[in-house]
Design a protein around this ligand. Structure first.
Ligand SMILES: [Zn+2]
Length: 209
């Protein structure tokens, strides 16, 4: 399934960035500079810190990767490019991990609901603009980006790929079958969907660069 990528806005990660999706969110916490500087607990899978002589930012990850808390102090310079890169890589990692947990689960629910089963499902970044694909041997691959979509749009992408389990093309019979699955005219809905999705691409492209 493809989606048109619109021109991407420039992202800058700082306490004003509002990153709140259904399955992944970031919360910012302003802390005391000294407290952060004196905190020397070791980094691990769920806790990472970025340190320079005068800066400390700590990232705390909820175990299922659904939420990331970022502790910072007023002294932190979010214009620092190295810090920006570090934050981006951390957030990207959380989104990808979260996707590989949530998406197969959701697909299995939809498989059971519609009694339509794939040979397997994989979550992996795909070619630019591609949200999902289904092979002729009925393996489905989903792009991690769809984990930040609203539930309905996420389901639409998964159901699109599941409809390919029966019809490995985009001819009339495919759209008819997909319309049955989603309960509305799939071709009409695809247009509205492309528009709704465009706002998520900028953020995702920024994360994955
Ligand atoms: Zn398709």
């Amino acid at each position: 399934m493809e989606s048109v990528e619109k021109r991407q806005p420039r992202y800058w990660i700082n306490p004003n960035s509002r990153i709140r999706f259904t399955y992944f969110s970031i919360e910012w916490h302003l802390c005391d500079h000294q407290d952060l500087m004196q905190d020397h607990r070791p980094d691990n899978d769920y806790r990472k810190s970025y340190r320079t002589k005068n800066t400390c930012v700590i990232v705390l990850v909820i175990k299922d990767h659904s939420k990331t808390d970022i502790l910072y102090s007023e002294e932190v310079d979010f214009n620092n490019l190295k810090l920006q890169k570090w934050l981006r890589e951390n957030i990207k990692d959380q989104v990808v991990q979260r996707a590989s947990l949530v998406l197969p689960q959701r697909m299995h629910e939809l498989e059971n609901k519609h009694q339509l089963f794939a040979q397997g499902v994989k979550v992996k970044p795909l070619r630019k603009g591609v949200l999902g694909q289904c092979t002729h041997t009925n393996y489905i691959t989903l792009s991690p980006i769809i984990v930040i979509f609203p539930q309905e749009l996420m389901d639409d992408v998964i159901l699109h790929e599941m409809a390919h389990l029966k019809h490995h093309h985009h001819r009339k019979s495919f759209w008819k079958f997909l319309s049955e699955l989603i309960g509305e005219d799939a071709k009409q809905q695809k247009l509205a969907q492309d528009i709704a999705l465009s706002k998520y691409w900028g953020f995702y492209t920024f994360l994955m660069k």
